[in-house]
Design a protein around this ligand. Structure first.
Ligand code: PLP
Length: 394
């Protein structure tokens, strides 16, 4: 599908924004109206029945939100897309819309912390069984899939140790078992990876991260077939986790530079990963673009770039060093998010996996002194010099 489309840089700018806007506005207007009025009741009825395009009530659909969904849909090469107020809003909507008591989910241990909480705390309360496999043990994942499942839920690269799973291989196994295959593509973005082309049924994003790119709006989005997306939309319109039009606008504006930002972040992250890998005060670097990464070959096959996020362990693996090192960085926010124009660092112990106990993190292979580094769009020489001076304090 993608081959006949404009390139990603063009789509980042134009997709979803080619409509006729109010008074010829060249930018998508932020429509704050809670509802949409009709002078002709027959017209209203046709829109309400879905026979004609239009909007009725803001919890369901909104023109600004629709433009954002269209931009992501076209970048992922999907038939349909729907959104939610946050990444977790779309993840929980998808899982609760598609699953019923007695169903079974197969996933991996390294999913995003909040997703992991749904798997371990909430789904079991609804008699939904969840099998969480070692993330890179493809044989074990295939064996669990073969036992039967309704949903296969994957993430690649994972957070925070940027593990890579073979999406085409596992999507095939998932389909053989009759499962719906969902991929969280937040870390890769549609610039680096299109899971639908690799065989997934649904691809989702925390738009809060790279899609928006400016750390000023929360949002979530999912793309796939009309049938599946409608099922998820129907649950989301009722649970009410609706994306706000102002957030949709900020995400839309941020996405115009998506291709530019991601290319820059891919390049800088690779240079930084190589720099850190050769540094005597670094114990280990995790980045799928390094040839030393355990699944570098799979990453090369399914990704066009390796993304802006890397992580590393300081020599000695001592949390006291993390406390000294992090505040020394001049060009990095110490914060819980990632994927912004500014570089952001955060130890997973205080960010993505703060919901987990120390023992759970250890079981997930997350060292206490691991530092996640989300490369911004600053000049890479400044970032490397900054890391160099801060490492002198380790
Ligand atoms: C942040 C994140 C989420 C959750 O998104 P929110 O917008 O914070 O709800 C889900 N998956 C991944 C990979 C993330 O990084």
């Amino acid at each position: 599908m993608k081959n006949n489309q404009p390139q990603n840089s063009t789509l980042s700018v134009w997709a979803g924004e080619e409509g006729d806007f109010w008074a010829g506005a060249t930018q998508v207007p932020v429509v704050h109206s809670v509802s949409f009025g009709y002078k002709d009741v027959a017209h209203w009825l046709r829109v309400a029945l879905g026979e004609e395009a239009g909007h009725i009530y803001g919890r369901n659909t909104n023109p600004t939100v629709h433009a954002f969904e269209e931009k992501v849909r076209l970048l992922e090469g999907a038939e349909a897309a729907t959104s939610a107020s946050t990444g977790m809003g779309i993840i929980s909507s998808a899982l609760f819309a598609l699953l019923s008591p007695g169903d079974r989910v197969v996933s991996v241990k390294d999913t995003y912390g909040g997703t992991n909480v749904i798997f371990t705390e909430f789904l079991p309360r609804f008699q939904i069984d969840v099998a969480l496999c070692d993330t890179t043990d493809h044989e074990a994942i295939e064996a669990e899939i073969a036992r039967g499942c309704q949903v296969l839920y994957l993430e690649s690269p994972t957070n925070p140790t940027v593990k890579i799973v073979d999406l085409a291989r596992l999507a095939q196994a998932g389909h053989a078992a009759g499962a719906v295959v969902i991929v969280d593509n937040t870390f890769a973005t549609p610039i680096n990876q299109n899971p639908l082309q690799l065989g997934a049924d649904l691809v989702l994003h925390s738009a809060t991260k790279f899609l928006g790119g400016h750390a000023d709006a929360l949002g979530g989005v999912i793309c796939g077939s009309q049938t599946l997306v409608e099922q998820i939309y129907h649950f989301r319109e009722i649970n009410g986790a609706t994306l706000h039009p102002m957030a949709a606008y900020l995400l839309l504006r941020g996405m115009k530079t998506l291709d530019l930002r991601i290319r820059r972040q891919n390049e800088s992250a690779l240079q930084i990963a190589r720099f850190l890998a050769g540094h005597p005060r670094i114990e280990k670097v995790f980045y799928p673009g390094l040839t030393s990464h355990e699944n570098h070959a799979i990453a090369r096959q399914q990704m066009r770039g390796f993304g802006g996020v890397l992580s590393f362990i300081l020599r000695g693996n001592d949390f006291a060093d993390v406390r000294r090192f992090v505040p020394r960085l001049r060009y990095a926010h110490a914060a819980a998010n990632l994927g912004a124009v500014e570089t952001i660092v955060g130890p997973p112990a205080t960010t993505s996996h703060v919901e987990c106990t120390r023992e759970e993190r250890a079981a997930m292979g997350i060292p206490e002194s691991l530092i996640r580094y989300s490369t911004g769009i600053e000049d890479v020489s400044d970032l490397i010099a900054d890391l160099e001076q801060a490492l002198a304090f380790v």
